[in-house]
Design a binder for this molecule. Structure first.
Ligand code: BGC
Ligand code: ZN
Ligand code: ZN
Length: 376
């Protein structure tokens, strides 16, 4: 009997490397083994930087971990790439976006394409936990994990990943609200008032998505809007309010909401305040991870939850259907809000400028919405 050792082909590629839970990020050449199963070789063109990347780089994300048996992880979960070969579903030259969360292969939700509702919690997330991410020159990827980037939105396609999380969130909100009739008499959502807490990247994309779906939108932050924010919110017909340190000033103005979407990921106490600002049958969606505070919910608050039939729902992670919807949505926005869309990409950094790449991964610059690292 012969034993044949097949040497796995490995290729060196420039990558952004982290080692959670340790702080730090480096640009390094790493050897990557080409998987033997059916994969497509992809050249990464752009990577988006998100708050989660910064939490990992600053050693603040408790759930971040390298793949099993590895002592480093390639960072990055927002990427646009180009197929370098023909596959079954994709052709050489196609622009593609990889889906970031992958299922546990055990639970029904994962086995039917919805690892955003994984039952076991054993899913992995590229560049976040248990799977190498996309901040690297090349990627070998199964076609089933790829989304086609339609022509015409190349400049903003990188927003497809964060927007997929929000498409999923909105579809979850609408599904939950099907517990009753939540559409207005004309069948739209135009009579529904939404409050978006936070005017960062997620707050902006959420406000756009809600306006696209007919909702009335108030966006709040603790400070005045910047000129850019003013242009964006005016452009989409949302109303910006500076609430200072107290969200409850809205109540004094008798502003109550059908939907409150926490896009700030800041203080846990916003939950109790939100409960007080929600109308009957309202829904409070929590997106992002609060980084401080205690939600001090009094018995009167809980009575409100019951009396008003409120729902508080955690919102996370979009999957393939939501990525696809996000791509169509970006095309829609480019045509209905061209001037607003132009405001969204606030910086591009070539990967060769390593100092700027590393500092962009360490902290967010003032006025930043989405910054891309350019690979090729
Ligand atoms: C990603 C989500 C992911 C979440 C938690 C976010 O930055 O956009 O898709 O599920 O982090 O890790
Ligand atoms: Zn992200
Ligand atoms: Zn699962």
């Amino acid at each position: 009997m012969f034993i044949v050792y097949i040497r796995k082909k490995s290729v060196p590629m420039k990558s952004l490397i982290v080692n959670p839970p340790e702080k730090g990020v480096e640009i390094k050449d790493v050897e990557m083994v080409k998987p033997t199963n059916q994969v497509l070789k992809i050249r990464i063109l752009e990577s988006g930087i998100c708050g989660t990347d910064r939490e990992i780089v600053n050693g603040l994300m408790a759930t971040a971990k390298p793949p099993v048996n590895e002592n480093y992880m390639v960072l990055g979960h927002e990427a646009v790439g180009q197929a370098l070969e023909d596959g079954v579903l994709f052709h050489m030259g196609d622009l593609v976006m990889p889906v970031n969360r992958r299922g546990c292969n055990k639970c029904l939700n994962c086995l039917t394409g919805r690892p955003d509702f994984c039952e076991t919690g054993e899913f992995v997330e590229a560049g976040i936990s248990g799977l190498h991410g996309f901040m690297r020159e090349f990627l070998y990827e199964k076609e089933e994990n790829l989304i086609l980037v339609p022509k015409g939105i190349e400049d903003i396609a990188i927003l497809g990943q964060p927007l997929s999380d929000l498409e999923k969130s909105l579809s979850e909100i609408l599904t939950v609200q099907r517990r009753m009739i939540w559409t207005c008499q004309d069948g739209t959502y135009r009579c529904r008032k939404a409050l978006v807490i936070g005017s960062g990247t997620i707050g902006i994309l959420t406000s756009m998505l809600l306006r696209s779906n007919g909702f009335q939108v108030d966006v709040v932050n603790r400070r005045d809007a910047t000129d850019k924010e003013f242009r964006i919110f005016e452009g989409i017909g949302a109303n910006y309010i500076n609430v200072g340190d107290d969200l409850e000033v809205l109540k004094a103005g008798n502003l109550l909401f059908d939907l409150i979407f926490d896009a700030s990921g800041s203080d846990a106490d916003l939950l109790s305040k939100s409960i007080r600002l929600t109308k009957n049958n309202g829904i409070i969606g929590l997106f992002g991870f609060p980084s401080k505070g205690i939600a001090s919910i009094t018995h009167q608050d809980l009575q409100k939850v019951v009396f008003k039939s409120l729902i508080v729902v955690g919102l996370i992670n979009g999957q393939k259907p939501h990525f696809e919807r996000a791509m169509q949505r970006l095309a829609e926005w480019k045509s209905v809000w061209p001037d607003v869309v132009k405001e969204l990409i606030t910086g591009t950094i070539p990967v060769s400028d390593s100092n700027s790449v590393i500092s962009a991964l360490q902290r967010k610059k003032e006025g930043e919405i989405k910054v891309k690292i350019i690979w090729a």
